[in-house]
Ligand binder design. Structure first.
Ligand code: NAD
Ligand code: UGA
Length: 460
């Protein structure tokens, strides 16, 4: 099958950047990204590239080069399905918030809706590609929905999980460690491999059975998150023994069997996927009665929750056991630098805990709006909107304003710009003693001490 038209359902953090790069590298293929969210599509089509719905370094340039040439953003889902030979499903698969598996299983309703939509509309053969992260054996359900339409259309189902990380998505897509394609039709696999081979070397395109591909994605995220929880577990021990977590990370990371990446101790991992995917893995393991397997992976989440809680507990304890009525200036709200994504960000949970203790919080993040911060807190449902509004008073545009008169600074995201602030000026305008709680080990302790700060970091 020759692929002239690709459709991607879901214009989010994965669909947008992934399809932009596919379009850039395959100028002869028309790529249409569709979404039910009209506002999101309008933002993708905005002439002002700073208004794209997703902030990713390098993304705006690629969108500028390809948009309305061979890359299109649209809400006309049926039309795009109809005219495409290959359809990517890249919709969200959040943790279920209701019914069986609540709080653990992945909610597959959006994926199923896509499959039903494709089944209803398609009149010609299609290759359907699972790009969303899905529980192992989901392709079976998609196949069943697609093949029970009775309209004689042939559907090949492939699993092609995405491994990009936010903040480095474009770089990850342009130079992937591997591209994974799982399926049982060699022809369909080769069609998809052909699209990637426009820029990815053959030896990096890995072909497996569909179940291995689905499970590899959950496994990869579980392993990555496990490294962070492992190093964070050691950070607590470092704080009590005089060892330094950065020295420990370096020492173990130089062992080529361990490797240096993902050993950065922090206030806890965030993001839309690590927690969701591990909870899903735990749920799957329990559903097969593999309780030891489930308990093993669940510990990664337990450790991460502990790390977030430990950070705010330490802050409260150090501020003489009370933050009631005290201003705490937070730097960063995104779950990591170079993204405007805040899903599951540690900052939300730390802020929530401090608000429970009646702190007054003031946040600055270079890419996150005040309304997003408010809605993240409201979503937790622990306080009324009014109470959140009162507690999170000034999510201001200027970092200096956010930290004025604060009793403490909490660094939640490792944005580079935080390092180059005028910390002497910040110190001057803070209440004394002035504390810094550096959840990212971003600043230099001796420099901060020299200025006069009482400086606390992770694992030191
Ligand atoms: P997202 O929430 O940013 O985007 C999903 C989009 O799908 C939304 O815009 C939503 O409106 C749209 N949508 C939902 N149902 C739809 C339907 N029936 N028809 C049309 N559009 C629909 O999500 P995301 O971060 O892009 O993640 C998508 C998937 O990719 C998830 O399964 C996630 O686990 C996986 N993933 C995410 C990342 C990441 O870095 N965010 C990386 C790898 C894999
Ligand atoms: C992660 C994976 O890295 C991607 O491969 C995967 O595709 C993606 O999840 C997904 O499935 O969604 P992402 O969550 O975007 O990517 O970002 P990461 O760089 O993995 O960071 C996740 C969290 O861990 C962040 O809060 C980050 O600050 C934290 N982290 C990361 C640490 O605390 N220490 C580290 O050493 C690395």
């Amino acid at each position: 099958m020759k692929i002239n038209n690709i459709c991607c359902i879901g214009a989010g953090y994965v669909g947008g950047p992934t399809m932009a790069v596919i379009a850039k590298k395959n100028p002869n293929i028309k790529v249409t990204i569709v979404d039910i969210n009209e506002l999101r599509i309008a933002a993708w089509n905005d002439n002002d590239l700073s208004k794209l719905p997703i902030y990713e370094p390098g993304l705006a340039e690629i969108v500028k080069d390809t948009r309305n040439k061979n890359l299109f953003f649209s809400t006309e889902i049926n039309k795009a399905i109809q005219e495409s030979e290959m359809i990517f499903i890249s919709v969200n698969t959040p943790t279920k918030t209701y019914g069986k598996g609540k709080g653990m299983a992945a909610d597959l309703k959006y994926v199923e809706l896509c499959a039903r939509n494709i089944a209803e509309i398609a009149t010609t053969n299609k290759i359907v590609v699972e790009k969303s992260t899905l529980p192992v054996r989901t392709a079976g359900a998609i196949k069943s929905i697609l093949h029970n339409t009775g309209n004689d259309v042939n559907f090949d189902i492939l699993s092609n999980p995405e491994f990009l990380a936010e903040g480095t998505a474009i770089e990850d897509l342009l130079n992937p460690d591997r591209v994974l394609i799982g399926g049982d039709s060699e022809k369909a696999i080769n069609c998809l491999a052909g699209i990637y081979s426009s820029w990815v070397p053959q030896n990096k395109i890995l072909k497996t059975n569909v179940w291995s591909s689905e499970l590899s994605k959950l496994t990869a995220n579980a392993f990555l998150a496990q490294r962070i929880s492992s190093i964070n577990a050691m950070s607590e021990l470092c704080e009590l023994t005089g060892a330094n977590i950065e020295e420990v990370s370096k020492a173990i990371g130089m062992d080529s069997r361990i490797g240096a990446k993902f050993l950065k101790s922090s206030v806890g991992f965030g993001g839309s996927c690590f927690q969701k995917d591990i909870l899903n893995l735990v749920y799957i393991a329990r559903s097969y009665n593999l309780n030891e397997v489930a308990d093993y992976w669940e510990q990664v989440i337990i450790m991460n929750n502990h790390q977030k809680r430990r950070f705010s507990d330490r802050l409260i304890k150090t501020l003489y056991n009370t933050v009631s009525g005290k201003k705490i200036g937070m730097l960063g709200w995104a779950f990591k630098k170079d993204t405007n994504d805040t899903r599951e960000s540690a900052a939300i949970y730390v802020a929530d805990h401090l608000l429970n203790e009646q702190a007054m919080i003031s946040v600055y993040d270079p890419k996150v709006s005040c309304s997003k911060m408010q809605s993240d807190l409201n979503y937790l449902g622990n306080r009324t909107e009014e109470e959140n509004h009162k507690g999170l008073t000034t999510c201001v545009d200027s970092p200096y304003e956010a930290l004025n008169d604060a009793h403490a600074v909490a660094i939640m995201t490792e944005w580079d710009e935080f390092k180059s602030y005028d910390w002497k000026k910040i110190y001057k305008n803070m209440k004394k003693p002035a504390f810094i709680f550096d959840g990212r080990n971003l600043l230099d302790k001796s420099e901060m001490n020299k200025i006069g700060f009482e400086y606390y970091s992770i694992g030191k």
